[in-house]
Write a protein that binds this ligand. Structure first.
Ligand SMILES: Cc1cc2nc3c(=O)[nH]c(=O)nc-3n(C[C@H](O)[C@H](O)[C@H](O)COP(=O)(O)OP(=O)(O)OC[C@H]3O[C@@H](n4cnc5c(N)ncnc54)[C@H](O)[C@@H]3O)c2cc1C
Length: 302
């Protein structure tokens, strides 16, 4: 089965798609090669038909959120990359609940909650992911995680069934969930929030955004924290103590502002970033006997 067959299928189903599509602009790192085929289904029936076609024909696929936690291979991504950007509806499900489709930006969800005078998402303000990507990663900041306010999640499982699951069955842990490493596709999430005064919610959001601007190298493309937090340590502090602040490989640099971030100073390749990741891992292991595990996901051809 070739990519031409996939393109023919997408044409027949009316699914918007792009062959040999550059992925770098769709990531916050601004790095990487092209997707063989980038698909942008517009509705559930198209998405289900597409997943079933890919499964039946053993074509690999990757679900792209807002591309803020991935490093795309310089050699590109084989098969289909599926963007859920058209799945972006947000609505108040009840006076304390919001339902949001997976392709919507987390920032839009936080802002919607603010408008409804609902509290619980403030700490996630400033995380540049989609709602689907945030659930997949169990994204979190400043002492809370998305799982704290998530009530249920609807997803397509590996057999093509749409499943509605309570948060308790999602096995949400530090940056992992039942979705980690699987081909499940998150469709939407329902959040249970608390009433709060508009100005209090806004004050917290503004305060946390200022802290991000102060501490993080937001002026450069990156994928956020490069490594997971090792138990009992901070990855950034370990890397800094190993003298790696400002270390470079090609266009990739361990940020001078926050050593937990590898940034793209200009023209970095995924090869540069991977080499710098290895250098950080090696030094931290040699000097501190701590094994760093990347939080950023490398995708595409090796
Ligand atoms: C400047 C900056 C700051 C950041 N700060 C934080 C922070 O404070 N806390 C934090 O936790 N993270 C942070 N991140 C990392 C990142 O924003 C989060 O991990 C975010 O949740 C990733 O969402 P995404 O939509 O961009 O996912 P992507 O990067 O597109 O994908 C990540 C993974 O999720 C999967 N995925 C995405 N959508 C779906 C879906 N609908 N169904 C199934 N799988 C899906 C992808 O297949 C991939 O495996 C930061 C990143 C940057 C660049």
């Amino acid at each position: 089965m070739s990519n031409t067959d996939l393109s023919e299928f997408l044409k027949a189903k009316g699914v918007p798609f792009f062959e040999n599509a550059p992925l770098a602009p769709l990531t916050t790192f601004k790095i990487g090669g092209n997707a063989d085929v980038l698909c942008e289904p517009q509705e559930l029936s198209q998405l289900k038909a597409l997943l079933s076609f890919l499964r039946d024909n053993k074509i690999p696929y990757f679900i792209l959120g807002n591309g803020s936690n991935i490093l795309v291979s310089d050699k590109g991504v084989a098969g289909a990359v599926i963007s859920l950007k058209n799945f972006n509806k947000i609505e108040a499900a009840s006076s304390l609940e919001i339902t949001c489709e997976a392709g919507q930006r987390l920032s839009k969800l936080c802002f919607f909650a603010l408008e409804q005078n609902l509290s619980g998402l403030e700490n996630l303000w400033g995380i540049p992911g989609s709602v689907g990507g945030a659930v997949y990663m169990n994204a979190g900041a400043y002492g809370s995680e998305i799982g704290d306010v998530l009530k249920e999640c609807t997803f397509i499982d590996e057999t093509g069934q749409v499943v509605q699951a309570d948060v308790s069955s999602l096995k949400l842990q530090y940056r992992s969930s039942i979705f980690t490493g699987t081909n499940k596709v998150i469709l939407s999430a329902k959040f249970h929030l608390k009433p709060e005064r508009h100005e209090n919610i806004k004050e917290t959001m503004d305060d946390l955004m200022n802290r991000r601007r102060e501490k993080q190298p937001l002026e450069y493309p990156s994928a956020g924290s490069t490594f997971k937090r090792p138990q009992g340590y901070y990855a950034g502090a370990l890397i800094e103590e190993c003298g790696l602040k400002g270390a470079c490989v090609g266009g990739a640099e361990v940020s001078e502002k926050h050593a937990g971030f590898i940034i793209n100073k200009g023209g970095a390749t995924s090869h540069d970033v991977l080499s710098l990741i290895e250098k950080c891992k090696r030094e931290v292991f040699l000097q501190k006997s701590v094994t760093l595990e990347p939080e950023v996901k490398f995708i595409g051809r090796q």
